[in-house]
Every structure is written in structure tokens, then in C-alpha cells.
Ligand binder design. Structure first.
Ligand code: PEP
Length: 249
């Protein structure tokens, strides 16, 4: 019932030429995909060219971050209004933003609210570190991220959740489909408690953490896994197209 959703997160990768080459190859490879939503989130410097390269295709474009004010003296920051000129989506709360740039649940919450105010769709990232998992407090941490990140919102129809255990990001270690399903089901139950059954049923929850062509299918078979947020394997057009076309894997 929930439409599969496969999203790329390029992080700080690709020059203009590299991005153009990717776009040309990738759009051909996925042009016949009609049963899965496709999103490519790119560095700010590539938003404009990707908008042009991917115009009229079945590929959506997103940014990887956003600031929580509309304009002003915030050197180096980019607002939701600016992103809206080029993209429909934005990733908020990625664990690398939390780790390297000190983003707290409160900052993430402000960013989500601002993105929604300007009609951007949000991919909201949550996930526990290895330390927290080993302490046995995974659900406590992820539950707090959900409650605080979505605090004050009444509607979550424009939000997609990405559950990304930090220990699985870029490490080649994927959560087992069972570990991921357990957390996705926990998150959906929490969404039901906070926003009601209908919203919880409709919200897509993506898994992120070393998703590759060889493991995507078994993850996607789990009831509460609705898609993937893909880092490393999204940088190569062929590899990412195989993930998008997981049904044929
Ligand atoms: C990510 O960047 O969100 C991610 C999941 O990266 P990777 O697929 O490389 O683990």
C-alpha cells in the first residue's frame, strides 16, 4: 500500500561534470521505473544543474540540509526558500550533521518546521550510535529523536522517516532485515501514538546504512521497510539503478 521510495544521499561528493555524467547515465537506466519513487539528494552546488539535467524525468531532486531561518546574517547557510527554487525535498537530521555540526533534536525540529512551512518534503533521519545500541537504549534514543524532532507538528504527510543506525552508515555493516524491521515497527507504533493510525500507516519509513544492490531486496521484503536512503552505493549510476530496480534483483 505504501509506494516504495529509494533515495540517494550524495553527501560531499561530485563536481559539476561528474554530476552531469551521472544524470545522463542514470536517467536512461531508470526511465521505465514507474512503481517506485526515486530521489537524488545532492550538494547545494549541484541543485541547479541537476534540476536542468533531470527535468521531465521520473527522478526527484533534494538538498541534504537546510537552515531554519528565511534570510539574514547567517554566513554560509542556505534557506528553505532558496532550495525551493530547485528541489522538492530536503534531508534533515542526518547523523553526520548531528555528529560533525552539533545538530540537536531541537535544531532538527526547527529545520523540519521551516522546510514544511515552505512546502519542501522532508526526509527526517534518526538512528542510534553503536555505543547506545550496546548499552541497550536504542529504542529510548530513537524514540526521543522522533518525539523531539516532530514536536509541535500536527500533520506528517510531507515527512518520510529514514531510520539509519549510525554504526551501519558507510561501514559496510548492514542491520539485519530483522533488526531493521524491529526498529521500523517500533517507529511506526510511536507515530501511531503521536499522530494516529492513518498517519502512521501512510508514512514511509526508509532504512539507511550500507544498502547495496545485493542486500536491498531482503530489506524491502520486510513489512515496515518502505525504501532506502543510500549513501555510497548511490554515487555510481549503475549501482544505484540496481537498488532502485530492487524488484528485479
Ligand atoms: C547515508 O548517507 O545516509 C548512508 C546510509 O550511507 P551508506 O549507504 O554509505 O551507508
Amino acid at each position: 500500500m505504501r509506494r516504495p521510495f529509494i533515495a540517494a544521499n550524495w553527501k560531499m561528493n561530485k563536481t559539476l561534470n561528474e554530476a552531469k555524467n551521472f544524470a545522463n547515465e542514470f536517467k536512461e537506466l531508470v526511465k521505465d521505473v514507474s512503481d517506485t519513487d526515486i530521489l537524488v539528494c545532492v550538494p547545494y552546488t549541484l541543485l541547479c544543474s541537476m534540476k536542468n539535467e533531470l527535468k521531465g524525468t521520473n527522478i526527484n531532486i533534494g538538498a541534504e540540509n537546510v537552515f531554519y531561518e528565511d534570510s539574514g546574517a547567517y554566513t554560509g547557510e542556505i534557506s528553505a526558500l532558496m532550495i525551493k527554487d530547485f528541489a522538492e525535498f530536503v534531508i534533515v537530521g542526518h547523523s553526520e550533521r548531528r555528529k560533525y555540526f552539533g545538530e540537536t533534536n531541537d535544531i532538527v525540529n526547527k529545520k523540519i518546521k521551516k522546510a514544511l512551512e515552505h512546502d519542501l518534503k522532508v526526509v527526517f533521519c534518526i538512528g542510534e550510535t553503536l555505543e547506545k545500541r550496546e548499552k541497550g537504549i536504542t529504542k529510548e534514543i530513537v524514540g526521543k529523536q522522533v518525539r523531539e524532532g516532530l514536536s509541535g507538528l500536527e500533520v506528517i504527510s510531507e515527512i518520510t522517516i529514514a531510520y539509519e543506525p549510525v554504526w551501519a552508515i558507510g561501514t559496510g555493516k548492514t542491520a539485519t532485515p530483522e533488526q531493521a524491521q524491529e526498529m521500523h515497527s517500533f517507529i511506526r507504533d510511536l507515530l501511531e501514538e503521536l499522530f494516529g493510525e492513518d498517519a502512521a500507516e501512510k508514512t514511509r519509513i526508509l532504512y539507511g546504512g550500507s544498502v547495496k544492490p545485493h542486500n536491498v531486496k531482503e530489506l524491502m521484503e520486510k513489512q515496515d521497510i518502505d525504501g532506502g536512503l543510500v549513501g555510497g552505493a548511490s554515487l555510481d549510476a549503475e549501482s544505484f539503478s540496481k537498488i532502485v530496480k530492487f524488484k528485479g534483483q
